[in-house]
Each structure stands twice: as structure tokens, then as C-alpha cells.
Design a protein around this ligand. Structure first.
Ligand SMILES: NC(=O)c1ccc[n+]([C@@H]2O[C@H](COP(=O)([O-])OP(=O)(O)OC[C@H]3O[C@@H](n4cnc5c(N)ncnc54)[C@H](O)[C@@H]3O)[C@@H](O)[C@H]2O)c1
Ligand SMILES: O=C(O)C(=O)C[C@]1(C(=O)O)C=C[C@@H](O)C=C1
Length: 307
């Protein structure tokens, strides 16, 4: 695979940045990858495990001379970090991010960037419940979606170059506008995480009250919830505060459906329950019959997976 950028700077050395580093190395996609982490402890770990060709102690040192700077930090601090790096960016550089929310991140970051750089926001639809510099792996983005969310005036050549990088890291790339992205992700990722956090919290409260062994004897369905509910608290606090409107919209709809199911159970309305579960089963079967990985929905835009 040919080199796509001469020098890449990764800001924040957690799950996504470390996976990007290993994926770029696997594909020979960057000449040099430098990294910056806020805490000395993370920088030390990064140096120990060989994460990044060079680990920098300051933001300024990391971004100067970088052809691509990727913000791999929680969405709540994107604006503050953009303000700090802005004076040190190289003319012509591309600035991107991997944040789980797009409209708010664009609103935070764009005003700080000088006119002589390109801003190309992006979001990989791939992750795990783990975080930190040692949690990344080269295969994380293989055959997963990467959504590029161009802003007004985003340079097509800069977008094409970023697309080539993500394709080189194994992802299938599509473009989407920020508002649509945030609504889709509220349905497919943000609300499900909040529901998982709630379910695990309820089970834990129940365990404390009754002293039964809810956690110990948890069945497979609940275990899946506990995996999701183990995700990083800072990242998810920021996601909900940042994608407030779309998440509240979806949670409102969710609550209405939940009340309807609650009423059906109370009234012994088996037909309602059966019809509902038949409809949801058909959705999953439809996805499988269409030959799509359930991890990579098509977002109703006719997008075909290229691999
Ligand atoms: N984890 C996932 O499943 C996933 C998937 C796709 C996108 N994302 C997005 O990617 C971004 C990074 O997530 P992650 O999972 O790699 O998180 P992580 O917790 O593994 O890493 C985040 C890193 O950012 C650093 N950081 C926090 N505040 C900072 C600041 N003010 N200045 C500099 N560094 C700071 C942390 O110290 C940490 O090293 C987030 O915006 C998240 O929404 C996460
Ligand atoms: O697989 C997981 O553990 C994830 O939570 C990954 C997941 C998701 O919800 O699918 C989480 C947040 C993202 O922004 C993208 C992907």
C-alpha cells in the first residue's frame, strides 16, 4: 500500500489513536506517526509499547510539520484542544477528528482553525469497551464504516486523501452530513449505550436491595449489556452532552414504545407483544438476508460495502 501522508500527528493516545497507529503501520500508510498524550503516564506507556514513532511532550511539537492532525480525544474537549494547536499548524495541513458526535464537534473546532488548513471531520464506526494506549489493535477498522462529514467548503482533494488513509486502514468510507450523522448515531449507538448503562444500573440496585445474585447468574443478554456499560465514562458523558437533541428525541420515542409494551404486559395483550417481536425479528433477518454484516448498517442510502 503506498504512503498516503508523510507525517501524521495523533492527539490523545487511547483506543482509537492506538488502533490507527497500528493500522497505519500495517499498511505502510504514513512516513512518520507522532503522538501526544496529556498525561506523562500515558506518554510513558506509549514509549514502552512502541506506540508512535515519536511521542511528544507538547501539543505544539506534535502538530508542527504534520500533514495530517487527528484529534482522538473526548468530544467535550475538541474545541479547547483545537484552540491550543491552531497557532502551530503547518499551512496546507489537514485537521480531522474521530469524535462520535459531529455537529457539535464541528461547531467547537472550526472557529479556531486558520484559513490555510483543511478541516475534514470523520467518525469510525468501530470500537470496544476498552480505552487507553494499550487497548488498540490494527484490525479494529477492518471492514467497518468510516463516515466523513464534510463541512462547508471542505477541500475535495483533502477529503480524497483522508479517504485513502481510512481505506488503507481497512475501512469502508462514506460521506454524510453532520445532522443526519448525529441522528443516525443516536439511534444505533448513543441511545443503546444509555439503555445498557441504565439496565446494568437497575440490576446493580436490585442486587443491593435484595442481596440476590443478579450479577453472578446473569444470562447472555445481560452480559452483553454489561460489556457496553463498561465503556469509558468520560467519553460517554461527553457524547450525551454533545449530542443532546438527537439523543433526547430518540429516548422520547423509546420511552413511548416501552410504555406501550409495559401496558400490553399489564393487560395481558399477547397479540401486541407477539406482533411487536415478529416485526423486530424481521428487521434482523432482513439485514442478514441482504448479506450485510449487522455491525455495518447501510443507513438507508443504498451504500454498498466495497469489501
Ligand atoms: N471507544 C469507541 O468505541 C469509539 C469509537 C469511535 C469513536 N470514538 C471517539 O474517539 C475519541 C477517542 O475515544 P477513545 O475510545 O480512543 O478514548 P480513550 O479514552 O481510549 O482515549 C482518549 C484519550 O484522550 C486523552 N484526553 C482526554 N482529554 C484530553 C485533553 N483535554 N487533551 C489531550 N488529551 C486528552 C485521554 O487522556 C486519552 O488518552 C472520542 O471522541 C470518542 O467519542 C470512540
Ligand atoms: O463496539 C463497541 O463497543 C462500541 O461501542 C463501538 C461504537 C458503537 O456504538 O458501535 C461506540 C461508539 C462509536 O462512536 C462507534 C462505535
Amino acid at each position: 500500500m503506498p504512503q498516503v501522508y508523510e507525517r501524521v500527528a495523533l492527539i490523545g493516545l487511547g483506543l482509537i489513536a492506538s488502533s490507527m497507529f497500528w493500522a497505519m503501520k500495517r499498511g505502510g500508510l504514513a512516513g512518520e506517526v507522532v503522538g501526544y498524550a496529556r498525561s506523562a503516564e500515558t506518554r510513558e506507556t506509549a514509549r514502552e509499547i512502541g506506540l508512535c514513532d515519536r511521542v511528544c511532550d507538547t501539543l505544539a511539537e506534535a502538530v508542527e510539520d504534520a500533514d495530517l492532525v487527528v484529534l482522538c480525544i473526548p468530544v467535550g474537549v475538541m474545541g479547547a484542544v483545537a484552540a491550543q494547536i491552531a497557532p502551530h499548524l503547518k499551512a496546507g495541513a489537514t485537521i480531522s477528528d474521530v469524535g462520535s458526535v459531529k455537529a457539535d464537534v464541528i461547531a467547537q473546532v472550526a472557529p479556531h482553525l486558520p484559513d490555510n488548513v483543511h478541516f475534514v471531520p470523520a467518525h469510525p464506526l468501530a470500537g470496544t469497551e476498552h480505552s487507553g494506549p494499550a487497548s488498540g489493535f490494527a484490525e479494529l477498522f477492518d471492514n467497518r464504516w468510516l463516515l466523513i462529514v464534510p463541512t462547508e467548503g471542505t477541500d475535495p482533494a483533502a477529503t480524497a486523501q483522508l479517504r485513502a488513509l481510512w481505506e488503507g486502514m481497512g475501512a469502508n468510507v462514506e460521506e454524510m452530513d453532520a445532522e443526519h450523522h448525529d441522528l443516525v448515531l443516536a439511534v444505533t449507538s448513543h441511545a443503546p449505550h444509555l439503555i445498557a448503562y441504565t439496565m446494568v444500573g437497575v440490576a446493580d440496585d436490585l442486587r443491593r436491595v435484595t442481596d440476590t445474585e443478579v450479577i453472578k447468574y446473569s444470562a447472555a443478554g445481560f452480559r452483553d449489556f454489561t460489556r457496553i456499560a463498561a465503556s469509558d465514562p468520560t467519553m460517554w458523558r461527553d457524547v450525551f452532552l454533545s449530542n443532546k437533541e438527537a439523543t433526547l428525541e430518540i429516548l422520547g420515542r423509546f420511552t413511548e414504545e416501552l410504555f406501550a409494551l409495559q401496558r400490553a404486559i399489564r393487560q395481558g395483550d399477547g397479540d401486541h407483544l407477539h406482533d411487536y417481536f415478529t416485526r423486530t425479528r424481521a428487521i434482523r433477518r432482513g439485514i442478514i438476508e441482504a448479506g450485510q454484516d449487522t455491525d455495518a448498517p447501510d443507513f438507508g442510502r443504498g451504500g454498498e460495502r466495497s469489501k
